[in-house]
Ligand binder design. Structure first.
Ligand code: GLU
Length: 504
């Protein structure tokens, strides 16, 4: 998960691009770069941090009103300055930034080499930029046609922003499997891989769908499919404040988000519980409720932390609604020709709503005729759009790469769904149902009490900070919680951690 930003408009592009890249740093990366586009390309890139990139800009300032920036997480070729994006084509006509992987890069590269194209780096991205230029020069295509035809030849995943020297007043953008959002300003457009860089400038956004292709100039936005049909862009309004993407005094985002959990849980059930705690209403499931109440089997698909939330959900559904549940890892599910029946309900859980393997699992399940429900945090994300119905967690923006509040918010949605199902399929009495809803309502305050002990928790962390191995134990619903705890410790401290079932 790395980042793309882009800008075209009346303002100086450079600071907008650099600030955008800083907002995307949380996604992780190994090198960074920026290009100002126009009749000439100005490019700066380096291995390392956006702060290192910024130093280059101080010694050699760049000016211009359009451009693109990138934080790279290397998949093909080592992280170094040459392989960093933006990548320029062999003859210098095209520049682009790319998130994702071009799977058939090797055969295209071979073909281009036989046609005299030289390569300077090892990335799959350089193959794409050279393919575009090759089609542009050899085919005598317009830039638009060359990009479209190149995108139709490549296999794999991409979010790209492209510029051509001879068409200096335009940026081109496309996505397939790697998210890209357009921010709509007045006489200006912004691009980014998620909304965090955009919210400072505009609340109006267009989420690109897979296979979308956009031609963007200062005062015009044209949306097409890469198959070249015109599409009508749908402008959505963000409900996000700048405060949500600031650390607000916390040492880092993960800590802030841990402390946001009482609010995240409250926001997730708020407005979904009837005033006297007599029932639960999940508006996004309205159409699928009859199916949910009569469901014979639920398949939960997810990855990483969301998969752990799914395992917690399995206990809830089995215990409270007596519905058998299978929890599948998205990547395994999609590659295994799974057995799915038409009357199965598939629950796809993903914080970002963009997890590629989970999204692929959603598509597969729908192809096989199952009804798919999404549990996502990011409104308008791919999974939320690709599913038949869904429930948003209202955890707020999660910037920390190690998920915290999104996990507890997912668990909150799962308990609400399990309670609702159990009550309506006859497994739960009204009395027990209301009692459990009251317990749910009490959780944010209990969580606050836990968080108030942060001083003592810090003391404990100090005592154990030098240990080499940690084992997390748990039974029942706490078994997946132990899995999640071990994952958090590994992700954050690189201390070896294992999880295990509690011995008898
Ligand atoms: N596959 C490309 C590369 O290795 C892009 C990686 C990314 O998504 O940052 O350069």
């Amino acid at each position: 998960m790395c980042g793309i930003v882009g800008y075209i408009g009346g303002q100086e592009a450079y600071p907008i691009l650099i600030n955008g890249l800083k907002r995307l740093e949380y996604r992780g990366y190994d090198s960074a770069g920026v290009a100002l586009t126009g009749k000439n390309f100005q490019i700066q890139k380096c291995k390392g941090k956006v702060a290192d990139l910024e130093k280059l800009g101080v010694s050699h300032p760049m000016k211009g009103h359009a451009g693109m920036g990138h934080t790279r997480w290397a998949t093909h070729g080592e992280p170094n300055e040459v392989n960093a994006h933006p990548q320029t084509s062999y003859q210098g006509n095209i520049v682009l930034v790319h998130n994702g992987i071009i799977e058939n890069y090797a055969s295209i590269k071979k073909h281009l080499q036989t046609r005299g194209v030289r390569f300077t780096g090892e990335t799959d991205t350089e193959v794409l930029v050279n393919l575009i230029e090759h089609l542009y020069l050899e085919g005598d295509f317009s830039a638009e046609l060359a990009i479209l035809s190149a995108l139709n030849k490549v296999e794999g995943a991409y979010g790209v922003v492209v510029a051509c020297k001879n068409e200096p007043d335009r940026l081109f953008a496309a996505r397939k499997g790697s998210p890209l959002v357009v921010g709509v300003g007045k006489g200006e457009y912004f691009l980014a891989s998620d909304v965090t860089p955009l919210v400072v400038y505009t609340q109006n956004v267009i989420y690109l769908n897979d296979d979308d292709f956009a031609v963007i100039s200062r005062d015009n936005f044209i949306l097409k499919s890469i198959k070249s049909n015109h599409l009508q862009p749908e402008i959505k309004e963000l409900e996000m404040s700048i405060g949500e993407i600031d650390r607000e005094g916390f040492a880092h985002f993960m800590l802030k988000e841990i402390f946001e959990q009482p609010r995240a849980i409250l926001d997730t059930f708020r407005g979904r519980l009837l005033p006297d705690y007599s029932g639960i209403q999940l508006g996004g499931l309205h159409q699928v409720l009859p199916l949910l109440y009569g469901v014979k089997r639920i398949i939960i698909v997810a990855c990483g932390t969301s998969w752990h939330a799914g395992l917690v959900g399995e206990y809830f559904f089995e215990e409270l609604a007596r519905v058998p549940v299978e929890v599948e890892y998205g990547s395994e599910f999609r590659y295994r020709n799974p057995i799915i029946y038409r009357d199965d309900l598939v629950l796809a859980i993903s914080q970002s709503g963009e997890t590629a393997d989970t999204l692929a699992a959603v598509k597969l399940a729908r192809q096989k005729g199952a009804t798919v429900i999404g549990i996502c945090n990011v409104v308008g994300s791919s999974i939320s759009r690709e599913t038949d119905a869904g429930v948003y967690t209202h955890a707020g923006v999660e910037i920390g790469v190690a998920s915290t509040k999104a996990f507890t918010a997912q668990v909150t949605v799962l308990i609400m769904m399990a309670l609702l199902t159990g009550r309506n399929n006859g497994q739960l009495s009204q009395e027990r149902y209301s009692e459990l809803i009251r317990e749910l309502v009490a959780i944010p305050d209990k969580l606050k009490k836990v968080l108030e002990q942060d001083g003592e928790i810090l003391e404990l962390a100090r005592i154990y900070q030098d240990v080499q191995n940690v084992i997390y134990l748990g039974r029942g619903v706490f078994f997946p919680v132990a899995l999640e705890g071990a994952l958090k410790l590994k992700e954050i401290s690189y201390i070896h951690a294992e999880d295990t079932l509690l011995p008898r």
